[in-house]
Design a protein around this ligand. Structure first.
Ligand code: PLP
Length: 404
């Protein structure tokens, strides 16, 4: 049977304390007990339905976690204060000093910086590989490897990871496959394809209104219990817990995620096809020219399309900056990092979200100076948007340069 992530979210029914259509928000950082024994049991993680302290978890956080676990098809989930607040403890929970991690070389700059610069302080080494080459991934495995880490659709190059292929390798060698699904919520369901852990920055599409940070680790009950363990749980002890007020607001926004993803995908495909036809170097997984197009089609939950992210290479950083400034002036979007907003957001990753990656490594992975990353918005009339973007490009001689 087909996996239906949005239906799974909708099937959850919660009421507020007084019959409200939204669950009540638990506006408390600590919880009382009628008996000292129950408090002790809760501390030890043995008192079902009792709450102790908000860094551990809260009713509001559990509601949101349940919805996200339903979306990803995992046993459960733990929400965190940011995407990095989910990624770093999830990685650390599986590793000890001396262990080795294999990571895609094209990942969000913050995750890259953590693995490259911070994790070595804890004696964790990472090999960065071309994730589209399964043989390169397998060849990088050593005796101390614990984790394979990747993004389904990579930031910013939009490379597509073969989750089933990677899961087979992980199983064969007893490794954990951790997948960041921030760019492709609903569209790809990594756990259904064999991933052990699915991570998200909720800051992006899932919340969708660019007003809060958030993250989630989706996985087995055993993993989530271990992350929350008061003695050695990385979520519990590193402390990037989500606030209940935010959990409640993100849950409300999640109600429209399926509608938003369809519109992001529709608009992005429309623009990608037009830009490509105009001769611009366009990368979008929905284009036949994308090397991962067929793989994406095999993995995707079709009704949500190929997502809202695309890149254009306009030749140089100066041109990219000129174009982004002009598009912002014309109110076609904002020159801003992040993604998943109702408005189109654009930035040049080489000098922003991927600037943690040294220039020579950027060049090696094909991250060029003139690359603009677009998170396409929910524009009602995308044809009009295209016409206006096209005019900006004509004005700056970008399309002329492509033709010559
Ligand atoms: N993963 C991806 C793919 C991202 O793009 C980002 C942020 O840009 C993150 C993780 C980190 O998320 P957050 O900024 O919520 O910590």
């Amino acid at each position: 049977m087909k996996f239906k992530p949005a239906d799974n979210i909708q099937d959850l029914q919660y009421f507020g304390e007084f019959g409200g259509v939204n669950p009540s928000i638990s506006d408390s950082s600590t919880y009382t007990f009628l008996s000292a024994k129950t408090m002790f049991d809760t501390f030890e993680g043995n008192a079902e339905g009792c709450y102790l302290y908000s860094r551990h978890t809260t009713p509001s956080n559990l509601y949101l976690g349940e919805a996200l676990a339903a979306m990803e098809g995992t046993e459960t989930a733990n929400v965190t204060a940011s995407g990095m607040g989910a990624i770093t403890p999830a990685i650390l929970q599986f590793c000890e000093a001396g262990d080795h991690i294999i990571s895609s070389r094209t990942i969000y700059g913050g995750t890259y910086a953590f693995l490259k610069n911070f994790a070595p302080r804890m004696a964790l080494a990472t090999s960065f590989v071309d994730i589209t080459k399964l043989e390169a991934v397998e060849a990088a495995i050593t005796e101390t490897t614990k984790i394979i880490f990747c993004e389904c659709v990579s930031n910013p190059l939009l490379e597509i990871a073969d989750i089933e292929g990677l899961a087979k390798i992980a199983k064969k060698h007893g490794l954990q496959l951790l997948v960041d699904n921030t760019f492709s919520p609903l569209t790809i369901s990594p756990a259904k394809l064999g991933a052990d852990v699915v991570l998200h920055s909720l800051t992006k599409f899932i919340n969708g209104s660019s007003d809060t940070m958030g993250g989630v680790v989706c996985g087995s009950q055993e993993l989530i219990d271990s992350l929350r363990n008061v003695n050695d749980g990385a979520c519990m002890l590193l402390g990037a817990s989500m606030d209940s007020l935010r959990a409640a607001s993100i849950l409300k926004n999640m109600r429209t995620l399926h509608i938003r993803m369809k519109q992001h995908s529709y608009n992005a495909l429309y623009l990608a096809e037009k830009f490509e036809a105009a001769g611009l170097k366009t990368v979008y997984p929905g284009l036949k020219s994308h090397p991962g197009h067929e793989l994406y089609k095999r993995m995707m939950n079709e009704e949500y399309g190929f997502g809202g992210m695309l890149t254009l290479d306009v030749g140089s950083l100066d041109k990219a900056n000129e174009l982004m400034e002009l598009m912002q002036k014309q109110n076609l979007g904002y020159l801003a990092v992040s993604l998943g907003f109702y408005k189109t957001l654009f930035s040049a990753p080489g000098t922003s979200t991927s600037s943690e990656i040294p220039e020579e490594e950027q060049a090696e992975m094909g991250l060029t100076d003139g690359l603009i990353r677009f998170s396409i918005g929910l524009d009602n009339d995308i044809e009009r948007t295209y016409e206006m973007m096209h005019d900006c490009m004509i004005q700056l001689g970008i399309l002329e340069a492509v033709k010559n």
